[in-house]
Design a protein around this ligand. Structure first.
Ligand code: ZN
Length: 472
């Protein structure tokens, strides 16, 4: 539809119940905006000649939109059987994700960012939430979606996300996990744990019985005691009395050593006994979940361990959450099977990689510049990541034709190169202060929106298929 000089997104035409107001999204050369026909309801914009109001996609207007059309506000989807985090660092991936989650029997968490990601992309939680709301409105996605304040560690950050209406908090307990505790320096075991755990058998069903020796229990209590207290405190501050309505995820995965079944059981049991209600827990699994590439490690070992982790989660009635889930194709079948189709998976970087793959396809010259810069920035970036990237395994740009560039995204070393340098690429400035790549990249992504959406459908669709998520 062409409407007084701009194009209307057909699926975005909505009437708010009972209010008589009609709202739709449209675009012109300057980008997307909303058009309001009827009473303004608090939308702020400029009056058009025909009496309608043209309003920018601001945070204030997003708030009005969420109030008028509740499906554009995030909901609590983490307690659904299957949920899937889609950390869209660029704020442009949701239309492609929507196409996928309209068909698959799983619930999306479109908004999912950590504070670190916000800093590296120069974004705010307002912006992350609003980008998802506007995309949901534009595409008329009525199924429900979540917003995750990811890997939060402080009272201030949790409050920031919750006050904006985020519906999920992933509490990162890693700063309170005392990984340095070993046999030699274990403090005395608190009395309260002795009678509760020692000499007891914990039957979690499915033929699995757990029991603790005194030494095991002492070490586990010393490693996790403070983290449990931290999680209980944060739950008490924000969620216990219904101050905010959000689901709680306990993240104990950001540690150097895998979480053993006994550790997992102890943490869950202590949290539940402390009255903490959580929807998901993310243990650290054996092997390596490096960014943007497949699982590295012993598959048989992984299958054996996830069986027990899944049984513990079922026993206590929460879901396992799998972090760094981008591209872990070889373990998805086991995760789908052993969890019996009940899980939360988080992805983020792979959505960025697909966006850069689009650049390699449609603007090889720009891709070459970005790639060259990433190589020079790699040493700086790798300080913040555990990756085993070997730059010598990436073919030199000079040896590749333009048509061969997208094929670089099948190369794990190149995937990690581009993955971990995302913040540096987006923030790189020219000497006079303008962005070296950011604006040019976004321009292409806007032009190639359909190409990106198709790439995400294919690539994230592969994740869902291997997890054995059915089409609904
Ligand atoms: Zn994590």
């Amino acid at each position: 539809m062409n409407y007084s000089g701009f194009d209307v997104y057909e699926r975005s035409i909505h009437k708010a119940e009972g209010s008589g107001v009609e709202v739709f999204m449209a675009k012109d050369a300057a980008g997307d905006f909303l058009v309001i026909a009827g009473k303004d309801h608090g939308f702020k914009g400029e009056r058009l000649a025909d009496g309608k109001i043209r309003v920018p996609l601001s945070h204030e207007n997003a708030g009005v939109l969420r109030a008028l059309f509740p499906f554009t506000a995030p909901g609590r989807v983490l307690r659904k059987e299957r949920s899937f985090g889609l950390g869209d660092r660029l704020g442009i991936a949701t239309p492609g994700h929507i196409k996928l989650f309209e068909c698959y029997d799983a619930y999306p968490v479109f908004a999912q960012q950590s504070i670190r990601e916000l800093n590296l992309t120069n974004r705010t939680y307002e912006d992350v939430l609003d980008a998802a709301s506007f995309a949901v409105f534009r595409e008329d996605f009525q199924k429900g979606w979540g917003a995750d304040g990811d890997h939060l560690k402080t009272v201030k950050d949790v409050e920031y996300a919750l006050s904006l209406g985020f519906t999920m908090i992933t509490l990162d307990c890693s700063d309170h996990i005392k990984t340095a505790v070993t046999g030699a320096n274990v403090p005395p075991l608190p009395e309260k744990y002795k009678g509760k755990y020692l000499g007891k058998q914990f039957d979690i069903g499915e033929g699995i019985v757990l029991s603790f020796t005194g030494a095991e229990l002492g070490a586990i209590a010393a490693i996790y005691g403070e983290a449990i207290g931290f999680a209980a405190d944060m739950y008490g501050r924000f969620l216990k009395d219904g101050k905010y309505s959000a689901d709680f995820e306990i993240s104990i995965d950001e540690t150097s050593a895998p979480t053993t079944p006994l550790q997992h059981y102890f943490v869950a049991r202590e949290l539940i006994d402390a009255g903490v209600s959580f929807a998901t827990m993310a243990p650290r699994f054996c092997g390596e979940f490096q960014k943007g590439i497949d699982y590295i490690g012993d598959l048989a070992q992984f299958e054996k361990e996830i069986k027990v982790h899944a049984a513990i989660a079922r026993h206590f009635k929460y879901k396992l959450s799998i972090h760094s889930g981008s591209d872990k194709f070889s373990v998805f079948p086991a995760i789908g099977r052993e969890s019996r189709g009940v899980f939360h998976i988080k992805t983020a970087g792979t959505n960025w990689l697909e966006a850069v793959r689009v650049i390699a396809q449609v603007d090889p010259a720009l891709y070459r510049e970005v790639h060259q810069y990433a190589l020079s920035a790699f040493d700086e970036a790798r300080k913040y990541y555990h990756v085993t990237t070997d730059l010598s395994k990436i073919p030199s740009l000079a040896s590749l034709s333009n048509a061969e560039l997208p094929g670089l995204f099948e190369n794990n070393d190149c995937r990690q190169l581009i993955h971990i340098t995302y913040g540096l690429i987006l923030n790189k400035k020219n000497s006079e202060g303008s962005f070296a790549f950011r604006d040019r990249l976004y321009k292409i992504w806007r032009q190639e929106e359909d190409t990106y959406a198709r790439a995400l459908e294919r690539h994230i669709g592969k994740h869902l298929d291997l997890l054995n998520v059915k089409k609904s």
